[in-house]
Design a protein around this ligand. Structure first.
Ligand code: SF4
Length: 75
């Protein structure tokens, strides 16, 4: 399994399955974007970008990252 990416107009979200601790913090707190039962499981247009960024910063494992377009990848 390799890192996958999901883009909206402002950011690219990356997800590394090897790092994920399956804590479900993301799916519980922002289910409009992070959905266990849907493929692809991340909808980068499911909520405003700043809400997505706020949620990514709560990921306890670092499996989720984001990159504002034209900037470096950030946690
Ligand atoms: S918050 Fe991070 S560690 Fe938890 S399920 Fe989501 S991606 Fe995995």
């Amino acid at each position: 399994m390799k890192t996958t990416e999901y883009r909206n107009n402002e950011i690219t979200i990356s997800y590394c399955p090897f790092k994920c601790k399956q804590s479900n913090v993301c799916t519980k707190e922002l289910s409009d974007v992070f959905q266990n039962s849907v493929i692809p499981w991340i909808d980068p247009n499911g909520s405003p970008t700043e809400s997505i960024i706020k949620q990514i910063k709560k990921c306890p494992s670092g499996a989720l990252k984001f990159k504002r377009h034209n900037k470096e990848m950030a946690y």
